[in-house]
Design a protein around this ligand. Sequence first.
Ligand code: SAM
Length: 284
Amino acid sequence: MELWFTERQTPALGITCKVLQTLHRELTPFQEIAVIDTEQYGRMLILDGMVQLTIGDEFTYHEMLAHVPLHTHPDPRNILVIGGGDGGTAREVLRHPQVERVTLVEIDRRVVEVSKEFLPEVSCAFDDPRLEVRFEDGVAYLQQKRDEYDVILVDSPEPIGQAGRLFSGDFYRSIREALRSDGLFSAQTESPFVNQELISRVYHEISSIFPITRMYLAPVPTYPSGIWSFTIGSKCYDPMLPPRESGLTEQLRYYNSGVHQAAFQLPNFVQQFILQGGKLCEKR
Ligand code: SAM
């Protein structure tokens, strides 16, 4: 008998993959966590029925969330990751030798524990002594911070339920306060095909708070529509300028300086809806 998993990405669209094995399933106080092994993309982490990552395609998402801002800042030393309990974003940040400290604030301890057990390729940086993991609410954590971080990365789930706070103007204002005077942040901001209203709202919120706001795109085959947006708010450095030379490209599978610069070239329909605040086909 064949088993198939479907994520209903919108009320009218889904992604389906053939399941070799269900490895784990539990209900925590925050969400349902599942890990399945899929024939196409290998192991998959699912929270509340929504794909968070697969071993086959996680590199595009994690490399682009981390390396675009870390190659924009000339000397990133103190980094904060909000969410990201699977460890993939921290793994990429810790490739930068000048990074001295990474604080990862994850609300659900079990995401980290399950990732360590079932997703070793993604969670492999948790033993790095530069990484501190705190199990608390990232929104509340940020509210106590002032002038501390060079780069903040928001590796949040979909803006559903309590996670909606990670896409709010108040949250972006807390990020501004927590960043140093030349700091910048990048956040995953969902699909330009499926979440246009959200992206447009977030872009305008961030533009009203940060002097430089830029959006960039990358493919993530297992996320809704397969193409993903990230939005940067920056106090000083423009991510559209040629990126810093880090010498890391050899180790990476997706990111390089050409990809960095090309990712900010937005197709016409995306430019139109972020600039005009349009609502074309939001269904999620
Ligand atoms: N790459 C993923 C995506 O876009 O689908 C997101 C990955 S990561 C697993 C998201 C994490 O954010 C989850 O583990 C979740 O527990 C955590 N999270 C949700 N709300 C949070 C909050 N308020 N503070 C800190 N972490 C939070």
